[in-house]
Ligand binder design. Structure first.
Ligand SMILES: Cc1cc2nc3c(=O)[nH]c(=O)nc-3n(C[C@H](O)[C@H](O)[C@H](O)COP(=O)(O)OP(=O)(O)OC[C@H]3O[C@@H](n4cnc5c(N)ncnc54)[C@H](O)[C@@H]3O)c2cc1C
Length: 414
């Protein structure tokens, strides 16, 4: 049995390890399309802050680990898949046969349609190679513009601040992390960043970027021209699924998978940022694009590839950000339902915010700022679909009591 895995990010590597354990007689091949030692993107901010070196981002050290485990690591990018012939072809023309295929190709950062987003001083912050370029241009005292204050942009923001740059963030929406936080929490985060010396322009678009011998000129919709030694573009990602073109695989934004992480093609599975699986909060398909989900999906895919039936229960959308000490979180239907109810507690003097979203007698979503100890509790209440009973009325009036509610409900008390 030959298990072939396209993509050597966290999903691909975890699938390879799992297959090696569960199917020791099989051949396991991992195709690395980046020409790097397999690494975790999550570690990039720590690398930029100087807390770890490049090897600290690697998923396994030393690189010989893969060979020692009997995992064949091949360098190259898959150009196409022939699902009928059960083979893949690399960009260098090599063709590799498979019995079972896992698509673990992740996603890549994309550019919005803005003139001038090219050249050495314009980078995403998605790959280790991007991180090396950022390291070169984001020196202490340099002017850096960050396009986009979404989840990834806000993670990079702190690393840039720690490098001592003069940072301006330009966000097209009216607040930071608009897909995670509402206006109150997103603007609380904005004020927090401004208090920490970051300039944050919301409701502002970068319209054009020009290059001079002194660096970049970034033209914004509020009429300003910002000087930049570096422009970091964090304005969205798209799944890497082009190698499946022509196979007839079912896809929307990503490749569609069922609970066993099977795609619509026989003997082809998908996991991680390239896959669209079930979203716990809506029951619909979604790409959640966070590492824990990628890795859990990879384990489920690998089990099924090894002939051990396993199912992935829908993933709860959940984001936790630590921005220079302010923890912001969002869970499930954080924006609520029209037919639901809401409890809000806003304490701007202490940088605290809680918003709970209810449907019937359950919490279906939440967002918080400044509360460090609510992550596990909110996850438990929402994912456990815990019926609140009398606690619902109490939480509507005093939402900060969620931990107390959780403990009572877990003990069968109310
Ligand atoms: C700066 C940064 C910080 C992050 N921080 C967090 C965090 O704090 N928490 C969190 O949960 N998530 C975080 N993420 C997101 C997280 O990194 C991703 O969810 C995770 O990497 C997904 O893993 P994956 O294996 O599905 O995809 P990837 O890590 O993208 O790996 C896929 C691999 O497949 C390769 N590939 C693609 N196409 C081909 C092809 N045709 N042939 C061969 N190889 C191919 C890619 O080049 C890549 O190496 C962060 C991401 C970034 C960029």
């Amino acid at each position: 049995m030959h298990h072939l895995i396209i993509g050597a990010g966290p999903a691909g590597v975890r699938a390879a390890e799992t297959l090696r354990k569960l199917d020791p007689q099989s051949r396991v091949t991992l195709i690395d399309g980046e020409g790097e030692a397999p690494y975790s993107r999550m570690a990039i901010p720590y690398y930029l802050e100087g807390k770890i070196d490049e090897q600290g981002t690697w998923l396994h050290r030393p690189l010989d680990w893969y060979g020692e485990q009997g995992i064949e690591l091949i360098r190259g990018r898959v150009k196409s898949v022939d699902a009928a012939a059960k083979s893949v072809t690399l960009e260098n023309g090599t063709t590799l046969p498979y019995d079972r295929l896992l698509l673990a190709t992740g996603a890549r950062a994309v550019n919005p349609p803005v003139e001038g987003l090219s050249g050495a001083r314009v980078r995403h912050c998605w790959t280790l190679d991007d991180a090396r370029a950022i390291e070169t241009f984001a020196q202490k005292g340099s002017d850096v513009v960050l396009m986009g204050a979404g989840f990834i942009g806000s993670i990079i923001l702190e690393a840039l601040v720690r490098r001592g740059v003069n940072l301006t963030v330009v966000e097209i929406e009216d607040r930071m992390v608009p897909r995670m936080l509402d206006e109150t929490a997103g603007n609380m985060l904005k004020a927090w960043c401004e208090n920490h010396g970051v300039r944050v322009l919301t409701s502002t678009r970068i319209e054009r970027v020009g290059e001079t011998d002194k660096g970049l000129e970034v033209f914004t919709s509020n009429g300003e021209t910002l000087h930049a030694d570096l422009l970091v573009v964090a304005a969205g990602v798209t799944p890497n699924i082009e190698c499946m073109d022509g196979t007839g695989i079912e896809k929307r934004t990503g490749v569609i998978v069922n609970a066993r992480m099977e795609t619509s093609l026989p003997d082809v599975w998908a996991a991680g940022d390239c896959a669209e699986g079930c979203d716990f909060s809506t029951g619909d398909l979604n790409t959640l694009a966070i590492q824990p989900v990628a890795v859990e999906q990879a384990v489920i895919a690998a089990k099924n590839m090894a002939g051990i039936p396993a199912e992935y229960h829908c993933a709860l959308p959940m984001n936790v950000l630590d921005t220079m000490g302010l923890i912001t979180t969002s869970f499930g239907r954080h924006d609520g339902l029209e037919i639901g109810e809401r409890a809000v507690l806003h304490d701007p003097d202490h940088w605290r915010y809680i918003r709970l979203e209810f449907h019937e007698d359950r919490i279906i979503g939440a967002q918080t700022a400044g509360h460090v100890n609510m992550v596990g509790v909110l996850r438990g209440l929402i994912q456990g679909r815990m019926a609140l009973g009398p606690w619902k009325e109490r939480l509507l009036k005093t939402p900060h009591r969620v931990a107390e509610a959780y403990v009572d409900l877990a003990r069968g008390l109310s």
